[in-house]
Design a protein around this ligand. Structure first.
Ligand SMILES: Nc1nc2c(c(=O)[nH]1)N[C@H]1C(S)=C(S)[C@@H](COP(=O)(O)O)O[C@H]1N2
Ligand SMILES: [Mo]
Length: 441
C-alpha cells in the first residue's frame, strides 16, 4: 500500500514532489526529501505513514534547490523546536518506561540492564538521567545561547540560528562517572548507581568549533566555559550556583564536540537538556552540559563546584592525598544477556553485551564461564569511534549448577578492566569486571 502511495502519479496528486529517498540499513526508517508549497499538503500526503509508525517532519534548509533559491521562505514552524515532555511528567514517564528511579527531585534514574539489549542506540525514553538540580524550562521562542568572554564577536544565537548552521550527527555513548558506585566497598555517599548509568544515542547539532569560529576566539583564551540554565544551593557555597563545566580550548576545537539539539532524531527531551546541550564524546558525561545557555572564553583555569570540588578521583596513598580529574570513560564491558540469576538450559548459552572506552575503540571482549579460561567474544556491531560496541559469545554449559559469567574488555590503547577498581572517596570510574551469576538447569 505504501509503495503504491509513493508512486509518482499518486505523489503528484497530493501536490508534492519527492526529491530524495533513503532507507537506513537494518532499521525500519525511511527518509524522504519532499518539496511542497504548503505544509498541509505535505502532512496529508504523509498520513498513511503515521498509521504504521512514527512520523517526523523537518523543514529542509540544505536541499540544493532551496539553497539555490535563497533559502526557505516559509517560516519554520515553532512546533519544530518543542521538546517532548514536561518536567513534572518526566519522573512518571521514567517509571512507565521501566527506568530505575533513584530520586525524583531532582530526577535521577538509570537504565535497567535488560533494557540495553538489542539496539545500537537507546530509545530516548530508556536513556538514563542524571540531574543535580530541578529541570529548567526554557522557552524556545525566546531562548538565546550567548557566546562571550575572550571573543572577537560576542554572539546571541536563537534556536533558529543554531538550526540554520551546519549540522553534524554522531552516535556517542554517555556514561555517568558514578556508574557502578554501589559496587565499591566500603560504601560511598552519592547517587546509588548500579550499572545502568550509561546509554548511547545519535546526537545531532552544531559542531562547537563552528560556533567558536563564528565568535572568533581571542588570543589569551585558554578554556571554554559552559553554563547550564539549572542551578541551586550546594554544600560549601553560601549562595546558589549554576551547573558549569569547562574544557581546555584545544579539546573544545575537536570537530566531534557538538551543541546538540536532537537526540535519536527527536528534539532533545526536556530531561536531557532541551533545547541544547553539549555532547563531549568519550568523556564521562559530566562534561556534557545540558540546558546550555552561555559559553564563555576565559583565560584562567575554571574552578567552579563541579569542576574542582566534585568529579575528581581522590585517594590516600602512603598517607598522602592524591587526586586526578575525572576525564575519559574507563574501559568497561557489561553483560546484558543473560540477566543475573536467570535460569538457563543446559547446552548452548548465548552471552551478549556492550563494551566501550573513552580512550580508544574496543579491541576485544573476553568471557569466562564459571571461572574457566577467557574466551574471546565476537564483536558484532559496526565499530564507531564514540559508541559502545556490541559483542556476543555462544558458549556451552553441560552440568546443572550455578556459574558466574564474567566479561572483560580491552581497548586499542591497551587498557583493560581490573578485577577490582581502586576505591576513591567520591566513588567514580568503577570499571571492575562485570560478574553475572546464572543458574544452569
Ligand atoms: N546543566 C546540567 N548538565 C549536566 C548535568 C546537570 O546536572 N546539569 N549533569 C551531568 C552529568 S553528571 C551527567 S552523567 C549527564 C547526564 O546526562 P543525561 O541526563 O542526558 O543522561 O549530564 C551532565 N550534564
Ligand atoms: Mo554524571
Amino acid at each position: 500500500m505504501l509503495l503504491n502511495h509513493l508512486s509518482r502519479p499518486n505523489v503528484r496528486q497530493y501536490g508534492v514532489e519527492i526529491r530524495g529517498e533513503a532507507v537506513v540499513q537494518g532499521e525500519h526508517t525511511l527518509y524522504l526529501i519532499v518539496e511542497a508549497d504548503d505544509e498541509g499538503h505535505l502532512r496529508e500526503f504523509m498520513k498513511p505513514f503515521q498509521a504504521v509508525g512514527s512520523l517526523d517532519i523537518y523543514p529542509a534548509s540544505t536541499c540544493a534547490r532551496v539553497v539555490a533559491s535563497g533559502g526557505c521562505s516559509a517560516a519554520m514552524p515553532v512546533s519544530e523546536f518543542v521538546s517532548a515532555g514536561d518536567p513534572e511528567e518526566a519522573c512518571q514517564k521514567a517509571i512507565e518506561a521501566g527506568l530505575i528511579v533513584h530520586r525524583a527531585h531532582p530526577l535521577n534514574c538509570e537504565t535497567s540492564i535488560p533494557a540495553l539489549i538489542g539496539g545500537v542506540v537507546m530509545p530516548n525514553a530508556h536513556f538514563y538521567v542524571r540531574n543535580h538540580f530541578p529541570i529548567p524550562i526554557l522557552d524556545p521562542a525566546t531562548f538565546r545561547l550567548t557566546v562571550g568572554g575572550l571573543v572577537e564577536r560576542p554572539l546571541s544565537l536563537s534556536l533558529r540560528d543554531l538550526h540554520n548552521m551546519p549540522s553534524q550527527t554522531l552516535v556517542a555513548t554517555l556514561e555517568c562517572a558514578g556508574n557502578g558506585r554501589t559496587k565499591f566497598h566500603p560504601p560511598i555517599e552519592g547517587e546509588k548507581w548500579d550499572l545502568g548509568a550509561v546509554s548511547t544515542a545519535e546526537w545531532t547539532g552544531v559542531p562547537l568549533a563552528e560556533v567558536l569560529d563564528r565568535a572568533g576566539v581571542r588570543t589569551g583564551a585558554r578554556e571554554v566555559l559552559f553554563r547550564g540554565a539549572d542551578g541551586g544551593m550546594v554544600d560549601g557555597h553560601s549562595g546558589p550556583i549554576r551547573f558549569e563545566r569547562s574544557l581546555q580550548l584545544g579539546h573544545a576545537r575537536d570537530p566531534d564536540l557538538l551543541l546538540a539539539y536532537a537526540m535519536n532524531g527527536e528534539p532533545l527531551p526536556i530531561q536531557h537538556g532541551y533545547p541544547v546541550r553539549v555532547v563531549v564524546p568519550d568523556w564521562y558525561a559530566v562534561a556534557s552540559v545540558k540546558w546550555l545557555t552561555e559559553i564563555e572564553l576565559v583565560d584562567q583555569p575554571f574552578a567552579g563546584h563541579y569542576q574542582s570540588d566534585k568529579y575528581w578521583y581522590e585517594w590516600e596513598r602512603d598517607g598522602q592525598a592524591v587526586r586526578e580529574p575525572v576525564t575519559l570513560q574507563r574501559v568497561r564491558a557489561l553483560v546484558t544477556e543473560p540477566a543475573p540469576g536467570q535460569e538457563v538450559r543446559r547446552g548452548e548459552l548465548a552471552i551478549r553485551g556492550v563494551a566501550w572506552s573513552g580512550a580508544a575503540p574496543i579491541a576485544r571482549v573476553e568471557i569466562s564461564v564459571g571461572g574457566g579460561n577467557w574466551q574471546e567474544a565476537h564483536l558484532v556491531s559496526e565499530r564507531r569511534r564514540h559508541s559502545w560496541q556490541w559483542w556476543e559469545l555462544i558458549s556451552r554449559v553441560q552440568e546443572p549448577s550455578v556459574v558466574t559469567l564474567r566479561a572483560r574488555a580491552t581497548d586499542l590503547a591497551g587498557r583493560t578492566q581490573p578485577e577490582c577498581a581502586e576505591w576513591n572517596r567520591l566513588g567514580y570510574g568503577n570499571n571492575a569486571i562485570h560478574e553475572v551469576p546464572v543458574r544452569i538447569v
